[in-house]
Each structure stands twice: as structure tokens, then as C-alpha cells.
Ligand binder design. Structure first.
Ligand code: C2E
Ligand code: MG
Ligand code: MG
Length: 768
């Protein structure tokens, strides 16, 4: 019996040493206090081992000391472990802890006095298993020891109990296990203490308690807690989750899965059946799989992605599986909505520019056998619709135009809104008869029920001959064609040709060169003589020429329309006016009587105060204002007539002579003519050429000349090419003449030579 327990104790000691060492290596926070606890539990067992083995009093007494001091150490480390295991901050309860530590320390100290005073215990010899066994005889000090140890022990028990009650039930388990072991060990121990049975078998309970503490503190994982947590997570995730056992019987589904298959979780047998009814293919077998499926149709279509995962054990044997179904209908619908919004114009519902260009690019690239055309639609004066009728009316026009394009397009056409009032269409060239489109466009009206509003659409078309160019360039070309007719009212369609592109390039080139051309004096005035009815040169018209170093001699029609479009005409005119003043100032003698007429573009008025600029020049060169004649055209009066009239008045009041150029070529208003502050009426040569072979026109010409004299104006006919014309005009009473019959426009020096020759003739003629 004694040997048996000696072996048991020895085994327990070895186990506790091992646990203590393993605890020391553990990195968990509770590990240190666990290792102290394991080692401290060894001490009383060692004491009992000595008691069991010893047969003499001294050794037994030593065993008893070891046992009692071990019990104190054990109570000490149990309390320390309790604080750590139950997460009780030591610092917060420092004073209470000190009381426990002090009581246990005093108890240990009192044992040191026992050999001298014998206050704690004595030894008595009894016989166990037939050999002497020394048993303890407790005195007062021993009672104190029991009180001290029980105090520490019950404090630890109390802490465990409180903790177990307070924490959520799922966590209580780890406290209750240790708590009950401690109570069990405590009872067993008490039994031996108070029954005074010679061999203390409760050491086994103590060791078991230490081993359980070791396991629960360092290795126990609350699987139920994990289960609960995982189940909680799985039940709340947005996917539908189904768990199946090894036989593919459904064992658990989460809340979303319940909704998906419209079943309660207590009716799991029907899950498989429901799933099979919903989805076409629920991949069988032992493999993981995933698939995307569409369920339902039309507005009820839903999009699911399904994933099945096989769960295996450590030997890769299937123990179950789970199915994860994600309903991403909302994502897909949102994506489709976003895609639609990104690719479609909000107002008209047509493709946006970027999307249209992509679609066209793709179409042209894949369909190489078809020849396509690009059409650029523009609404004439759309800005005016917005300004006059408001944005809502403007929007309405855009929607109507978009609908018109939609209705008149075929399935294989692509169209979209490519700007404010611009629309683009790409169509196979052979699907359109332009004459029919032209006819439809001429009849295009928007009706609001009572009033029909004619909308003028101009369309530029580019037949895609070069498929390698960017779609935006194709549209630029179609746009270019459209701009060529933008001021027309009866033509709706223009087709791009390379000349248009060359013209644009030409315009860009000369616009870039203008500034340096003026600096380099490549831009020069040519002078065309103006003669009176006796054939004498009395002045000249300054006509601009560009002596281009590479392009050669450039007449005004090659660049004036371009500069009129981009506003650079103001620079040209200002420069020519300065040259005219310079020339006039340089003339002396007979030539001092000559005048120069300068042209003023209607566009000049947008960029400067024409009167102020000219008057400044005249003052700068100190010339008589009546030597610089001002040529304006009828179009000047078409906008802001009142202020233009006021300006002409200012010219005249300041001594300038104002001429109406190209009279008869535009929309002249005879009514306006009578109020206009003019000196000279310049009659257009085209008007004259028509008059030659047309009796009616001759009558008109005669009457215009009479009208001119009746209004007190001088008349000047330009473009006189023949002697007959000159004679006829003279007879009709025309005062001044200009034309190739007399001289073509010429350089200033040639003009000066011509004038000098005329003066010489005049001087010599009296002698002859
Ligand atoms: P315009 O002011 O009516 O000038 C008269 C045009 O008629 C000149 O053409 C002149 O060369 C041409 N011409 C004169 N006599 C005859 C003739 O007997 N037969 C024919 N067929 N033509 C004749 P040009 O120099 O080519 O100028 C054309 C137009 O360019 C001018 O018409 C004028 O509107 C504009 N222009 C010329 N120089 C300037 C300028 O410095 N500034 C502005 N703003 N416009 C200018
Ligand atoms: Mg002129
Ligand atoms: Mg003219």
C-alpha cells in the first residue's frame, strides 16, 4: 500500500514537473502563473512521498514540514493563478492581495518556530502496512495553518465562482471546470485532514486539479464557443449558406437560405428538392465547383453565383459539404444602370459621344466589307431657340431631333448625341439615298399641336474612305462639310471632299503666318486708279496683296474670307489703313491732291472702334481726312444699324468721305439709303456686266445713277473693263470710274509712276 502510493506520488510528481516545464515555454499570459502552480503543487506531494516512505521520526517530520509549507506555497500560487486566469488586475486589488500573501507568509514563518516551541504539530508513531508510520498530531499552530490555507483557497474559489456567474454562459465552462475540480480536491483534502487517515490520498485530487488547470489554461479551446460564433457569422452573412452531411442531406441553413428556398430550418429534408427546382445544374460529385446562373425571366430575372465546397477530414475523406449562393442581382442591375448612364445621353436617350465613337470604331473594324458613312447633324440657330424660347423649349427641340434620327435610322445604323446641338450617325453608305434624306430634312417640322416650327438641320457627310483614321477625325471631316453649308437655307446636306480639308489646313497655315507676314512687310497694299469722267486719275483704292515667300503672289480671296471668319481681318485692315496713311503722307506736289479709299470689313466693327483707330492714324500722319476715303459695304448696316449710322456720321463730320462699296450686290435697302450719311455710291461691276446685255438691268443702272445724283451722292462704277462700258456710263452721268479698262491694281511705285506720267502729260499738253 505504502509502495503503491509512493509510485503514484512519484508519477504525479513527474507529470507535474513536465507540466511546469511545458508551461514555462508557453507564450500565453497565464503561462507563468500556471508553471508556478504546477511546481508548487509538487511540494506537498513530495512531502507526502517522504511521509509514505519514511520509517523514522526525523524524516517524517521533514516530510510534514515539506507538506505544510508546500500547502502554503500551493495556496499562494493558486491565488496568483486565479487572478491571472480570471483576468483580475492585481494592482486594482493590491491591498486585499497583500492580506492573503501576508497570512500565508506568517503561516510559513510559524513553522520555523515549531522545532523550538512545538506550537504547530507533533509526531506520533503508528503502524501502517506492518511498519512504523509517523503521523502528525495537530496543535494550535496547525489550526492557524488550516485557517490561512482555507482562507486563500476559499478566496480563490470565490473569485472563480463570481467570474463563472458573471461571464456569458458560453465562457463560464472554462471557469466551472476548474471551480468544480478545486471544490472536489478541497473536499477530499479536508476529509483526510480531519479524518487523520495515515496516507493522504487527496494528493491525487490535488495533482488532478493541477493537471486540469494546466490543460484548461494552456490548451483548452472553447469549441462550443467557436461553433456558436461560426454559426452566428454564417447565419448573418448576406449569402445563402447550406450545410450538408456526407450523404448530401441538408443539416443546417442560414437565414438567407431560408428565404431563398422559402423553407424553415426545421424542414431541411426538402432543401435539396427546392434547390434542384430553382437551379438547372447543381453539380454532383466529390469536387468543389462554382457556377453562375440566371433564374426567371424579364423583370423577375435574378442572377446567382453558386459555390460548393467539400469538407474533408484529416484523411481527405468527405465528411460533408456546404453550398454558398450569392444573389448579385442588385449588383448586376446597378452595373447595367451605370453602364447605361455612362453610355447614353440623359436627355435624348441616344448614345453619348464617347460610346458612339467606340461603337463605330468597333463596327468599322469588324465589318471591313461594308463601306460606311459618317453624318454630322447640326441644328441651325439652336442657340437662338434657347435664348428666345428658353431651355425647356431647347430641350424639346433636341429630343424631337433625336427621335427623328431614331425613327429614320435602320437597325444597322449607329447614332448618338455628340455635343450640345450636334448629333452623329454612322450608316452603311448604300443604305441611304441622299436625295430622299434631303427631301425629308426640308420638310422637318416640330409641332406642338397648334404651331408647326420648321427646324433647319444641316448635315455634313464623310464617306469613310480611310478606315485607319480615328472616328473623331471622321466626324471632324463630316463637321467640316456641314460648316460649308451652315449659312444656307435650301441645302441641307454637304459631302466632305479633300479640298475642304486642304482649305482648313490652308487657313490654319496662313493664320499662323499672318503676324510675321505683317512684320516682314509681305502684306502690301496695291493701288487701283480711280478716274474722273475726263479720264484723269484722282485717287486709288487700296487692295491688299500677300507677297508670300513660298506661295507667291496671293490675291485677297485666298485669305480675306479666312481672316474674316477668325477675326484676324482686323489686323490686316489696321495695317493696310496705316500703309495708306503712310503713302498719302509721303506724297507731295501734284500727288498731294490724290486720295486713297480703304476697305472696311463688317467684322472690323466687332474688334475695334473703327473711327477712333482711323482718326488716330490720320492725326499721326497729319493728313487731310478727306484724302482717306472709307469704303463700307451694305452688310455693315445689317447689324446694329443705328450705331453704325452714327459712326458714319462721325466720319463725315470729321471731314472723311464715306463710300458705299459693292452697291447692288447685297440686300440693299433703298429706303435705308436715303438716310445714310454717304458721299459716294460705288456700283458693283457685276451689276454693270449684267446691265450690258440686259435692257432691264441697263434701265435699273440708269435709274440707280439718277437716284444717286438725286440723293446728292457721287457715283463711282467699279469693274469698268471696256471703252463701251465707260462711254455708256459717262452718258448715264456716272462721275467716277475704276476698272481694268483704266488700270489693274498695281504696286505703289507703279501707281506713283503712272500718276507722275499723267502730270507730265498734263503739263506738256498745253504746249502741244
Ligand atoms: P472690292 O473692294 O470691291 O475691290 C474691287 C475688286 O474688284 C478688286 O479685287 C479689284 O481688283 C477688282 N477689280 C477692279 N477692276 C476690275 C475689273 O475691271 N474687272 C474685274 N473682274 N475685277 C476688277 P481684289 O483686289 O481681288 O479684291 C477683292 C475684294 O477683296 C475687294 O472687293 C474687297 O472686298 C476685298 N479687299 C481687298 N483688299 C482689302 C482690304 O485691305 N481689306 C478688306 N477688308 N477687304 C479687302
Ligand atoms: Mg472696295
Ligand atoms: Mg467693290
Amino acid at each position: 500500500m505504502r509502495l503503491f502510493f509512493a509510485i503514484i506520488y512519484s508519477v504525479l510528481i513527474i507529470l507535474l514537473v513536465l507540466c511546469g516545464m511545458i508551461s514555462r515555454r508557453s507564450k500565453r499570459t497565464v503561462a507563468t502563473s500556471v508553471s508556478y502552480l504546477e511546481f508548487s503543487f509538487i511540494v506537498p506531494i513530495v512531502g507526502n512521498l517522504i511521509l509514505v516512505l519514511s520509517q523514522n521520526e526525523l524524516l517524517s517530520t521533514l516530510g510534514s514540514y515539506t507538506y505544510f509549507i508546500g500547502m502554503d506555497l500551493m495556496a499562494f500560487s493558486l491565488f496568483d493563478f486565479t487572478l491571472s486566469y480570471c483576468n483580475i488586475p492585481w494592482r486594482a486589488h493590491r491591498k486585499k492581495c497583500y492580506v492573503i500573501y501576508a497570512i500565508l507568509t506568517l503561516d510559513i514563518i510559524q513553522y520555523f518556530f515549531n522545532p523550538f516551541f512545538g506550537q504547530a504539530f507533533g509526531m506520533e508513531a503508528i503502524t501502517v502496512d506492518g511498519s512504523p508510520y509517523y503521523r502528525l498530531v495537530p496543535y494550535f499552530g496547525q489550526t492557524c495553518h488550516r485557517i490561512a490555507v482555507y482562507f486563500a483557497f476559499f478566496t480563490s474559489l470565490g473569485i472563480f465562482l463570481l467570474k463563472a456567474i458573471r461571464v456569458p454562459r458560453i465562457y463560464a465552462e472554462k471557469y466551472y471546470v476548474i471551480l468544480f475540480t478545486m471544490i472536489f480536491a478541497g473536499f477530499w483534502q479536508s476529509y483526510y485532514i480531519f479524518s487523520r487517515t495515515p496516507i493522504d490520498r487527496s494528493m491525487v485530487a490535488l495533482a488532478v486539479c493541477a493537471l486540469l488547470i494546466f490543460y484548461f489554461s494552456l490548451f483548452y479551446r472553447p469549441f462550443r464557443l467557436l461553433d456558436r460564433m461560426l454559426a452566428n457569422i454564417a447565419s448573418k452573412i448576406p449569402e445563402s449558406v447550406f450545410f450538408f452531411d456526407a450523404n448530401d442531406r441538408c443539416i443546417w441553413i442560414n437565414r438567407n437560405a431560408e428565404k431563398l428556398v422559402e423553407l424553415q430550418s426545421d424542414n431541411l429534408d426538402r432543401v435539396q428538392h427546392r434547390l434542384q427546382a430553382m437551379f438547372d445544374d447543381l453539380g454532383e460529385g466529390e469536387d468543389n465547383w462554382s457556377t453562375k446562373q440566371q433564374v426567371g425571366s424579364g423583370k423577375n430575372t435574378r442572377f446567382y453565383s453558386l459555390e460548393r465546397h467539400i469538407v474533408t477530414d484529416s484523411r481527405s475523406k468527405k465528411i460533408g459539404s456546404f453550398l454558398n449562393i450569392h444573389d448579385h442581382t442588385e449588383d448586376i442591375l446597378n452595373h447595367q444602370r451605370e453602364m447605361y448612364e455612362a453610355t447614353h445621353d440623359k436627355l435624348t436617350g441616344l448614345f453619348t459621344k464617347e460610346h458612339l465613337f467606340n461603337v463605330i470604331k468597333h463596327r468599322i473594324a469588324i465589318d471591313k466589307d461594308t463601306s460606311y458613312s459618317i453624318a454630322y447633324f447640326d441644328i441651325k440657330d439652336f442657340k437662338m431657340v434657347n435664348d428666345i424660347f428658353g431651355n425647356t423649349a431647347g430641350d424639346n427641340v433636341l429630343v424631337r431631333v433625336a427621335n427623328w434620327i431614331k425613327e429614320n435610322s435602320r437597325d444597322n445604323w449607329s447614332y448618338g448625341r455628340i455635343g450640345g446641338d450636334a448629333f452623329g450617325v454612322c450608316f452603311p453608305t448604300d443604305t441611304v439615298r441622299l436625295a430622299i434624306v434631303e427631301d425629308k430634312l426640308s420638310k422637318f417640322v416640330i409641332s406642338n399641336g397648334t404651331i408647326d416650327q420648321h427646324i433647319l438641320l444641316h448635315v455634313g457627310i464623310y464617306h469613310v474612305t480611310d478606315t485607319s483614321i480615328d472616328v473623331s477625325i471622321m466626324f471632324d471631316r463630316a463637321h467640316l462639310a456641314q460648316t460649308s453649308i451652315k449659312n444656307e437655307y435650301n441645302t441641307h446636306i454637304a459631302i466632305y471632299d479633300d479640298k475642304m480639308r486642304d482649305q482648313v489646313l490652308w487657313g490654319q497655315k496662313i493664320s499662323a503666318e499672318l503676324e510675321s507676314a505683317i512684320d516682314q512687310r509681305e502684306i502690301v497694299p496695291y493701288l487701283q486708279p480711280i478716274v474722273d469722267n475726263k479720264g484723269n486719275i484722282i485717287g486709288a483704292e487700296a487692295l491688299v496683296r500677300w507677297l508670300h515667300p513660298k506661295e507667291g503672289f496671293l490675291p485677297p480671296f485666298t485669305f480675306i474670307p479666312i481672316f474674316e471668319k477668325n477675326g484676324m481681318i482686323a489686323d490686316v485692315d489696321l495695317y493696310i489703313w496705316r500703309c495708306a496713311c503712310e503713302i498719302l503722307a509721303s506724297w507731295t506736289g501734284e500727288k498731294e491732291k490724290l486720295f486713297i479709299s480703304v476697305n472696311i470689313s463688317p467684322k472690323d466693327f466687332y474688334f475695334m472702334d473703327v473711327f477712333a483707330e482711323i482718326d488716330k492714324l490720320v492725326n499721326e500722319f497729319k493728313i487731310n481726312p478727306n484724302r482717306l476715303r472709307i469704303e463700307i459695304t451694305e452688310t455693315v448696316m445689317m447689324t446694329d444699324a443705328e450705331s453704325r449710322m452714327a459712326m458714319l456720321k462721325r466720319f463725315r463730320e470729321n471731314g472723311y468721305i464715306v463710300e458705299m462699296d459693292d452697291f447692288g450686290s447685297g440686300y440693299s435697302s433703298l429706303n435705308q439709303l436715303k438716310d445714310m450719311p454717304l458721299d459716294v455710291l460705288k456700283i458693283d461691276m457685276k451689276f454693270l456686266s449684267k446691265a450690258e446685255d440686259n435692257m432691264k438691268a441697263e434701265t435699273i443702272l440708269r435709274n440707280v445713277l439718277r437716284l444717286s445724283s438725286d440723293l446728292g451722292l457721287f457715283s463711282l462704277t467699279e469693274g469698268v473693263e471696256t471703252e463701251d462700258q465707260y462711254n455708256m456710263l459717262s452718258q448715264m452721268g456716272c462721275n467716277l470710274f475704276q476698272g481694268y479698262y483704266f488700270a489693274k491694281p498695281m504696286s505703289v511705285s507703279d501707281y506713283e509712276k503712272l500718276c507722275d506720267a499723267q502730270s507730265l502729260n498734263k503739263k506738256s499738253s498745253p504746249r502741244t
